[in-house]
Design a protein around this ligand. Structure first.
Ligand code: FAD
Length: 474
């Protein structure tokens, strides 16, 4: 079909779709029988041929900007300054054409739909995330009304995730991200964590007990909490239950985010409670997944224990495997409290731990089939290679219980190569208004400073593709 298109390169600026169709045929031909068997993927940027020149230029400019540390450190102050200098409308337009356009799907359901359709055309799937912002220790935004508002946003996100991919079954599994501290206060999670960590932790803090309270709606009084904390726990359990119930009804799998180590044990308790209720035999899940951070020293052991406990209880098991986003804060908290740093000593140790966790999970998936599911959530080319190689060796199907996850606007050379070869690839997509999303983006950028800084290879590949197009025109 490509040869029927006229050779008018300037059209490519106006119609990325024209380009996409032309390159699609060529790449499909290159991929050969990739959907039928494994072949080593090439992350050489060849897949950028699928993208319009305008998109490539924006990606290059934005990734270059984001590698400039002061922009990330003083992002909010710079935004306020730009608003004063240019006015709200003009500064908003600049952001929309740059950072917001690169990393965010849009504000309205229609805009999100447009973005998702474009991704689907490239063989990628959406993993919607409601952007919510709160410092773990902040005193503001702690009223129940704020959490109820977040609940409404999560329920809408479930519907949007499902509606974007109707009819069911056509587009594979529907997944969305869920941040527990958007529905319950970090203070309560901190308190629960301190009780869970005590030797001989109370039997009151069992997932089965919390699952029963969630399901029955009966009042729960934990002796370790005061009246106010018990009331907030009750309301939080009800919110979590309503999201999971709605997600189960609409057949959307919930991938719960991991956060800081001073919250994670409480988050795990809540996730285990949801899993007890929704990942049971006959439910066809896993509907509720947990996230494991390889930069923590104890992750491999916790993952092994959790997988075995799920197997013993006859539950399905879903894992999002990440390296971890909060390293600087973890180190700082450990230093201030004089406790052992929970994170790995260096990057190499984190990578080795990621590989060990990956191997563990892929072995479980190979043994248990779709009862055990995994998202390899990483931009790291080595990890992605390792996962695809082991999937082939273990006989795990390409579009089965293992999928891949990257952030929207990042590492497209990896996502597109995976998608073109027939793997299930999800792009984590925040959406919402500029005012809501920009602070969220700046925070994520601060947490992922090393990743943005390390996007050097992606920038080189983008430049290489732009140079290739320019030379073709001369
Ligand atoms: C779909 C998706 C969902 C995610 N969900 C979560 C989540 O729920 N919770 C969460 O915490 N993060 C989450 N992340 C972010 C993730 O943890 C990483 O921060 C990010 O993906 C970068 O890791 P990488 O493997 O992609 O890239 P790489 O560049 O290979 O790895 C960078 C990571 O290596 C680790 N690292 C870097 N330097 C050192 C060092 N000196 N010592 C020890 N370790 C080091 C850090 O974890 C750093 O983020 C998610 C990412 C994606 C794509």
């Amino acid at each position: 079909m490509g040869h029927l298109l006229p050779k008018t390169p300037y059209l490519e600026w106006l119609h990325p779709g024209v380009m996409m169709l032309r390159a699609w045929g060529a790449l499909r031909a290159q991929a050969g029988h990739s959907a039928l068997g494994w072949q080593a993927l090439s992350f050489d940027g060849g897949v950028f041929r699928l993208k319009g020149t305008g998109e490539l230029v924006r990606a290059l400019l934005v990734l270059r900007l984001c590698s400039w540390p002061p922009l990330i450190t003083h992002g909010l102050a710079l935004q306020a300054w730009a608003q004063r200098l240019l006015g709200v409308r003009l500064s908003g337009a600049v952001l929309r054409a740059s950072v917001y356009g690169q990393f965010v799907a849009g504000e309205t359901a229609q805009e999100v739909r447009g973005c998702v359709q474009q991704l689907q055309g490239l063989g990628l799937r959406p993993l919607l995330a409601v952007p919510t912002e709160e410092e773990p220790d902040s005193a503001g935004k702690t009223g129940e009304a704020w959490y109820e508002g977040n609940l409404r946003a999560m329920l809408q996100c479930v519907d949007l995730s499902r509606d974007l991919l109707e009819p069911p079954g056509l587009a594979g599994n529907v997944l969305m991200q869920l941040k527990v501290t958007a529905l319950t206060s970090p203070r309560l999670c901190k308190e629960l964590t301190s009780w869970i960590r005590r030797p001989g932790a109370s039997l009151e803090l069992s997932p089965e007990r919390l699952a029963e309270a969630m399901d029955s709606g009966q009042e729960l009084q934990l002796s370790c909490l005061n009246d106010e904390q018990n009331r907030h726990l009750q309301a939080s359990l009800s919110r979590l239950h309503r999201v999971a119930q709605h997600a189960r009804l609409r057949q959307v799998q919930l991938l719960v985010d991991a956060e800081y180590t001073f919250l994670n044990p409480a988050l795990c308790l809540l996730v285990d409670s949801l899993a007890t209720r929704w990942n049971g035999p006959g439910e066809g899940g896993p509907w509720v997944w947990n996230t494991y951070q390889a930069y923590l020293k104890d992750t491999h052991e916790r993952l092994r224990q959790a997988a075995e406990a799920a197997d013993r209880a006859g539950l399905t098991f879903g894992v999002k495997l990440v390296r971890g986003a909060y390293m600087d804060k973890e180190k700082e908290v450990a230093r201030l409290q004089g406790t052992e740093d929970p994170t790995q000593p260096d990057y190499l140790a984190t990578c080795q731990n990621y590989n060990r966790c990956l191997e563990l999970m892929l072995t479980y998936v190979a043994q248990r089939g779709p009862k055990c599911q995994l998202m390899v959530a990483s931009h790291n080319e080595e990890s992605v290679h390792q996962a695809t190689k082991r999937m082939r060796e273990l006989g795990i199907p390409l579009d089965g219980p293992v999928c891949f996850g990257q952030l929207l606007g990042m590492c497209d050379h990896v996502s597109l190569a995976l998608g073109q070869a027939g793997y299930a690839v999800y792009k984590s997509i925040p959406y919402g208004s500029l005012e809501e999303v920009i602070p969220y983006l700046i925070r994520r950028a601060q947490e992922n400073r090393s990743v943005l800084h390390g996007a050097r290879r992606e920038r080189e590949l983008l430049s290489q593709e732009l140079r290739r197009r320019l030379l073709r025109k001369i």
